[in-house]
Design a protein around this ligand. Structure first.
Ligand code: RIB
Ligand code: CA
Length: 354
């Protein structure tokens, strides 16, 4: 029987590919989507989730918006990586349906509470909605069948040397979530940076009809190509203008000159690694579909919220005693098996769309 999941996300190119995977995989039943501000603002993450669902034949999918901003910090988005629309080069029609009424937090609490032990919650954006939901209904942590996130890293970050985007965007929310009492399956950069949509992978997608032509490829190719034009270089010796720093993202705000650091940060986050853009969020959903893809190790994870240079770091202790572990941290991925599953799932979805 298919595994029920709810996806809390911030589409986002890789979030969009995660939605397509969740709808396409026969072993998964996507019961609903909740959206959060992250890669782009909440209105866009919500309409992006809706337009993707309508495009792939899941028009009736409930899409319920949640938090328009992190708990305490201003939103520092990732338009430099995902483009101003949040979906890179993807041009899908505006959604026909309106978002579901109500708030994401209530959707999560009511839907999971009505089916205790049945629904796996997957979060692929900042954890703002999840933090508010567990604060409002602490029993959520025992009602979910499982809780899986794309986020964090036991090693390096991508928006700063220490922090991965989803955690760095709302460290306070992540701290609440990791301390809520459940075991968080943390699918972080340690494995997701290996899930690169290489030119060879993208070539294999080209036969997948409209799904590839209008979603997968225009999304990935934007991800893989250059970033938005960088803010104008301030005069030599001058301080970067506030708006330039704002536009340049967290690495630049951490220290100094936007142009250089923003390129580095955006390139890191979009994973313009030699192979191609990493489809971070698809890894989290694929793990639910087939737990053999990832190797996970118990650990204690604490989220740094005060560090001047390390805010948003998921401080991972693999030596913690079992009783102190609050996470299963993914440390290995079978990359070829991942792409075999992902491409097979997209092929199934493409066939259903034709
Ligand atoms: O660091 C990668 C994560 O940040 C992914 O979820 C991507 O969508 C962005 O939100
Ligand atoms: Ca995301």
């Amino acid at each position: 029987v298919a595994q029920k999941i709810i996806l809390d996300c911030d589409p986002g190119i890789d979030d969009a590919l995660a939605i397509a995977f969740a709808v396409g995989h026969p072993g998964l039943e996507l019961c609903g989507i909740t959206t959060v501000a992250g890669n782009v603002g909440l209105d866009l993450t919500t309409s992006n989730a809706q337009r993707v669902c309508e495009f792939i034949g899941a028009a009736g999918m409930p899409v319920t918006p949640g938090s328009p901003a992190p708990l305490l910090r201003p939103l520092v988005d990732a338009r430099g990586v995902h483009g101003d629309t949040g979906l890179g080069g993807v041009r899908l029609p505006s959604p026909m349906a309106r978002p579901s009424g109500g708030h994401a937090i209530d959707f999560l609490i009511e839907t999971i509470g009505a089916a205790p032990g049945e629904i796996t919650l997957v979060a692929t954006g900042p954890l703002t909605n999840i933090a508010l939901a567990v604060r409002r209904e602490p029993r959520l942590v025992s009602q979910v069948r499982d809780f899986v996130i794309m986020g964090g890293s036991a090693g390096r970050g991508n928006v700063t040397p220490a922090a991965e985007f989803n955690i760095a965007t709302d460290p306070e929310a992540a701290a609440i979530v990791f301390r809520a009492g459940w075991t968080v399956t943390m699918v972080g950069l340690d494995v997701t940076l290996q899930a690169q949509a290489t030119a060879q992978v993208r070539d294999q997608m080209r036969v997948l009809g409209r799904l590839a032509g209008e979603l997968l490829l225009p999304g990935l190719e934007r991800y893989a190509t250059d970033m938005d034009p960088l803010p104008a270089l301030p005069k030599a010796g001058g301080q970067a203008a506030e708006e330039d720093l704002e536009a340049a993202g967290p690495v630049a705000q951490a220290a100094g000159h936007p142009a250089r650091l923003a390129t580095q940060a955006a390139a890191q986050q979009s994973g313009r690694e030699p192979g191609g853009p990493p489809v971070h969020d698809v890894c989290a959903v694929a793990h639910v579909a087939d737990a053999r893809l990832l190797g996970c190790i118990p650990a204690r994870v604490e989220v740094e919220t005060m560090g001047r240079w390390t805010s948003g770091m998921t401080v991972t202790d693999f030596r913690a005693p079992a009783a102190g572990c609050n996470a299963l941290v993914a440390t290995e991925i079978d990359v070829s098996a991942f792409w075999e599953l992902a491409l097979g799932t997209y092929a199934r979805l493409a066939a259903a769309m034709s």
